[in-house]
Design a protein around this ligand. Sequence first.
Ligand code: NAI
Length: 702
Amino acid sequence: MIHYRIQDQIAILSWNMTSQPMNVLNDESIPAFREALQKAFDDPGVTGIIVTSERNEFVAGADLKMILRLNDKPAADMFAFSMDLQRLFRSIETSGKPTVAAINGTALGGGLEITLACHRRIALRNPKAQLGLPEVTLGLLPGAGGTQRLPRLIGIAAAAPYLLEGKRLSPEEAHAAGIVDELADSPEDLLAKAIAWIKANPAPLQPWDERNKKGAIVGKDHYSVPGGGVQSPKTAPLFMGGAAQVMQKTHGNYPAPLAILSCVYEGLSINIDRALAVESRHFVKVAQSAVAKNLIGTLFFGQNEANKGASRPTGIPVTDIRKVGILGAGMMGSGIAYVSALAGIQVVLKDVSAEVAEKGKAYSAGLLEKAIQRGKSTREKADATLSLIHATGNYDDLKDCDLIIEAVFENRELKAEVTRAAEPLLRDGGVFSSNTSTLPITGLAEAAVHPDRFIGLHFFSPVDKMQLVEIILGKQTSDTALALAMDYVRKIRKTPIVVNDSWGFYTSRCFCSYTDEGIRLLREGVDPQLIEKAGVLAGMPVGPLAVSDEVALDLIYKIAGQGIKDGALAPDDASFDTASRMVSDGRLGKKAKAGFYEYPEAPAKKYLWPGLADLYPLAAEQPSLEEVKKRLLYRQSLEAQHCFHEGVIRTKLDADLGSILAWGFPAYLGGALSMKDTVGEEAFRAEAIRLAEAYGERFRPV
Ligand code: NAI
């Protein structure tokens, strides 16, 4: 697991965890690392130590399964675990033997923390390597010295983006930032430089350490942090500003960033030994929070599971999707063409004429050009990707497609017409799909000769940025069609969820409950500023009125109208009524520069339309912010529960992931369905019943 060899009297410790997909810190590797280090410390013939790896990565971080296991244990156990790791890494600094991290590849989280404890960091120039402390993105904080050593090394202000945002760096960037001391051009060069440094520095000290009278290495009580310590006039305001910025971004919903600031503030005023204990104390608090459990459980492991095809029917051979046809080269069709070509799939992009289709292809050309400018692609690669897209006005070019995705205007007759024309061109066993956002799949499948091979593939806009694809099963859709659709989604590296056909499917239906509750609050005379603020403070990306404008009020009018027709909504539906009033006033939303908001010319910012006060006069008594936040969140969560109960959404994981990735339901709550577990099942139920009694049956729990 960790190979130990001696060269030039130097112990070389090489990580090589063959039992894992990557080198990680876990229950096996930590004791092995401890043993190897101890062997080197104890051997009088060893004059220095090099820590490196035999795999592509250095050490990718801590095993999150281990963190989840520790989460379920008492806080004291987790604290003991964290302090144990702190002592291990600290022993690298205090052994008296020079230790070099020869960073051959990615070093993230605990991996980077190992290197920070080494006296010198030398990194191989490796275009695939990433260095960073991404813990914060999982609701955690670096708990093995990261919050203490990084700011001591490069300064508090410089360390902030890496600690608070989890920003990652290439070896070259890490060198420029002062995190890495030296770069190497080849693995041989890396080793040679490490050996040379050890020979030239037989007894190095970390800048924050000194030798006491007995010669032992201890932390300095007064260490001058580069750029100024926590009390210096230059740095002190950073904490105020940093805390304000963190609050502005997280609204207090995510505890880790503030805990990181506390670690830095408290830890940098005391010596490193005591500081590491401060960090461990904060680590336990955030790691055992429901937020960290939700981010690690749902977003990290859950999304991995979904990506690997958790909802794919078993026993059906995997199809390698080679050729995809796309009908309609508009906003959605051109985005789908881009992500498909990027995955190496041959794409036939068909519109009413080759000329119109070419415009859709130009969208890919534009995105590829940007990728080259940002250094994310090369001309050669971009040209190869673009050459995979064939823009055409001719149905015959769709011959032998594995999959056809229809993305023409949202019109039932037109969709039926193109289905009839294109479906026969599929290869034997190929699948036809529709990207409709509102029309039930079972009805659309009536135009197909093979309704069992007809499925919904609901992408989100902009396709290249949105990670989710909602796969919708019609009444007759077969498992083979679902398997093929999932193979395609996997190939384009998106996350699938699988839902059963119904009005608004899963994502649109739940998302509409958010906008609908915002509209109902408005109709009750609640101050629109309060409604919008409550949405954002609850953790939604934007307020319900602003997002209604973005979606377009005429679309909400159309969707709600369809819902009434289909019997899914009551004839006096609030959203339908308000949207129809706004639309008849010409206020269609952002695209018309007039909706719930006014959209003046830039740089002026949008503001709430003053006319709303005439339409829905303010009530004399206003609810509290907390009450409005609750209504907005509970409404979505209850809608998700209904979908689950009705079988529209089939698994808890799909429900949660779909809510976070499709409409931005706050991840700290674990997703729309898991919110009840985060709040506590009984407390959630009691609150929902209270809301139902105060505001209506839509809040009644399942
Ligand atoms: P769009 O209006 O940008 O594009 C539609 C395209 O279809 C146009 O280029 C049009 O020329 C083409 N078209 C019309 N008749 C055709 C025919 N007979 N053969 C081939 N192409 C034909 O529309 P958009 O926004 O791309 O939407 C397409 C579909 O995707 C709709 O069903 C929509 O509901 C759905 N959708 C839209 C989302 C959005 O955010 N815009 C999100 C998810 C789904």
